[in-house]
Design a protein around this ligand. Structure first.
Ligand SMILES: O=C(O)CCCC[C@@H]1SC[C@@H]2NC(=O)N[C@@H]21
Length: 284
């Protein structure tokens, strides 16, 4: 299944032309490669010397990396695979954690406006398409984001990697809780169109963040209004496999999700890392 290259390739030249230089949200360099192991790993390897705003798009990725050391794989040419190397001179070290959330907002906005699907965020940065009872479509995770920090001195340098499921069929989904733009009935399932819109949106968001003097409050506001975790009953599995069940009430000023536990000590807990599962509300 993985070696089947029947799906159309990306037009690398057109992407580079459209994204390098020009107005707001542009990139210093955009490379499109036919095949690689991991676009995140490739950019991390050149992080010291590469320019700020270097993007790497892969037509096919063989060893994609996911959060918590998981793998991220799919059939050839069925996903948008893109990583962005950014340098954030003068950003307070504690604010770097907003980069994945800023990336998530850019992905959601592009999926809503270009693909016209009902995209939302599950904290911290899984992108879901909401289900639709009337059509029987169950929804699911359509995109994942992995931010890896290359260095913090002298300049914070990080790679933000995004994988979007574009044309996977039901049988090709890696897990039953995943979905793809095609399965969601998206208006656009052309990978070039989606990745181009994403890099423009991400570039503009980075411009605005830098111009604000790395103010995180506007990102927090954008993030909260797109975050489907808020107000829900959730289970959070934290590093070390400790679990917390309660209601997610806020995203705090550090980007942490605030949970009010439903049993034991019910004081709010701010969680900085973990896997969230959206649960059904308890019966009244
Ligand atoms: O959901 C997750 O666990 C995050 C997945 C992130 C996958 C992307 S695909 C482009 C970039 N290169 C990688 O190796 N990983 C990220």
């Amino acid at each position: 299944m993985w070696e089947n290259l029947d799906r159309p390739p990306l037009d690398g030249r057109a992407l580079t032309r459209a994204l390098v230089d020009g107005p707001r949200g542009s990139w210093s360099r955009v490379d499109v490669v036919a095949r690689t192991g991991s676009t995140n790993a490739d950019l991390l390897a050149v992080a010291d010397t590469a320019a700020d705003r270097t993007a790497l798009i892969a037509d096919v990725q063989d060893a994609g990396r996911g959060r918590h050391s998981r793998s991220f794989t799919a059939p050839a040419r069925s996903q948008v695979i893109v990583s962005a190397l950014v340098k954030l001179p003068g950003v307070p070290p504690g604010s770097v954690g907003w980069l994945p959330l800023l990336t998530g907002v850019a992905v959601v906005d592009v999926l809503r406006t270009v693909a016209e699907v009902d995209a939302v965020l599950k904290w911290p940065n899984d992108v879901l398409v909401r289900g639709d009872e009337s059509s029987g479509y169950a929804g699911g995770k359509v995109a994942g984001i992995l931010v890896e920090v290359a260095s913090t001195h002298p300049v914070v340098t990080a790679v933000s990697g995004v994988g979007i499921n574009v044309s996977l069929t039901e049988a090709e989904l890696p897990v039953p809780t995943a979905t793809s733009l095609q399965l969601a009935g998206a208006a656009v399932i052309d990978r070039g169109t989606v990745v181009r819109a994403f890099l423009r949106a991400m570039g503009s968001a980075l411009d605005e963040w830098r111009e604000s003097g790395w103010d995180t409050a506007p990102i927090a506001e954008l993030y909260r209004s797109r975050c489907d975790t808020l107000g829900r009953r959730v289970r959070v599995t934290m590093p070390g496999d400790t679990e917390l069940v309660g209601v997610a009430t806020d995203i705090d000023e550090h980007g942490r999700v605030v949970i009010v536990p439903e049993s034991g000590d019910t004081s709010p807990v701010a969680v900085s890392a973990g896997d969230v599962t959206h649960l059904r509300a308890l019966d009244a």
